[in-house]
Write a protein that binds this ligand. Structure first.
Ligand code: DAH
Length: 342
């Protein structure tokens, strides 16, 4: 029997042929010939039935050994030839290594993120802390602790997504629950803002979305007054619109503030009435008020010693105003045709 060290053995000859294949095409043809039935391993396998039984096992093993050696040589040569082909493609043809690369596509920040970042800069410069709170919230924080008991009609005004049959867990309907969490965590005096997502189970249209953004503000200190509230709101509007904006306060009812206000801003886009302000020159923008003593108590703060103000900025609304977006549903659509504009 011939061995693989014999340069004239079928295996040695086959290996030499594979190693010398000129290109991938030729290698393919050799693969068919040398690894098929008529190749050196195939021939041994075919001869097995004619061999005496005691030789069959070693012949089979030998055939496998040959097959493995051929496969190894085949894939080694294949890699070599592929490298050669790739290098040829790079140096010849259309490839020009000196051309500048195609520009990397850059993403942009979501319009909500842009406005939030601007507001965070503005408020941190005034000594406010930025807080976060859970979007899945306990009824206690979302309602009870905010002076909104179970049978209170204000609960109907905020159509709630309940998470459990007992109604103990909700998707927060506003960022106000973080007021209580802030009071629990921080010792007064403190100032905080809470930008975040909120959820309401309501019919969706161009100005209502089940998921939208708010930014809560809370300031607790000694002798904090409505004057401080107005001052902070004017600074907020100047930061957002880049100019002084006239405001007016109307009474507004929210169980967690007393007195409560609706703060309207003079329309920044017109002086005589336009589509944005619905021809009234005023835009209803910022519900706010002085923190109700019951709410301070829920947060573990003594209302005899401390007072505070709070506001609930409609962030989605503000983003729409700033960028002239006419449908709130665009904001969370994930539609690239919308997002690419920012
Ligand atoms: N949480 C209220 C809402 O979503 C908005 C609000 C009103 C927040 C008055 C406040 C506030 O902090 O003082 O309808």
């Amino acid at each position: 029997m011939t061995t693989s060290t014999d340069p004239n053995s079928p295996l040695s000859l086959a290996l030499a042929q594979l190693r010398g294949a000129a290109d991938l095409e030729a290698l393919k043809a050799l693969e068919r010939d040398l690894l098929g039935k008529s190749g050196p391993a195939g021939q041994i396998l075919a001869s097995i039935p004619t061999l005496p039984p005691e030789e069959r096992k070693s012949a089979g093993a030998r055939a496998n050994e040959i097959k493995r050696a051929l496969e190894e040589a085949l894939s080694a040569r294949k890699r070599e030839l592929e490298d050669v082909a790739l290098a040829a493609e790079r140096t010849g043809g259309d490839f020009d290594a000196t051309l500048p690369p195609a520009p990397l596509e850059r993403g942009g920040l979501h319009p909500v993120t842009r406005v939030v970042r601007d507001l965070e800069d503005l408020f941190t410069s005034m000594g406010y802390t930025i807080l976060d709170g859970p979007e899945v919230e306990l009824d206690w924080y979302n309602f009870e602790a905010l002076n909104i008991p179970k049978d209170h009609p204000a609960r109907d005004a905020q159509d709630t997504f309940y998470c459990d049959p007992e109604g103990r867990v909700v998707l927060r309907t506003h960022t106000s629950p973080v007021q209580i969490r802030a009071m629990e965590r921080m010792k007064p005096p403190f100032r905080a803002i809470v930008p975040g997502k909120v959820f309401r189970n309501e019919a969706v249209d161009a100005s209502h979305e089940h998921t939208f953004h708010q930014m809560e503000g809370l300031v607790v200190g000694k002798d904090v007054s409505v004057g401080h509230l107005i001052g902070a709101m004017k600074t907020l509007l100047r930061g957002v619109f880049g100019k002084d904006i006239e405001i007016r306060l109307r009474p507004g009812y929210f169980p967690f503030v007393e007195p409560g206000f609706e703060l309207d801003a003079r329309c920044p886009f017109c002086s005589t009435g336009c589509r944005v302000c619905k021809q009234s020159t005023w835009i209803e923008l910022l519900p706010c008020g002085m923190v109700h003593p019951n709410v301070l108590k829920s947060g573990g703060i003594d209302p005899e010693q401390w007072t505070g103000f709070a506001f609930g900025l409609g962030l989605s609304r503000l983003v729409m105003l700033r960028y002239g977006i006419d449908d709130v549903r665009h904001l969370l659509s994930g539609d690239l045709r919308f997002l690419e504009q920012f």
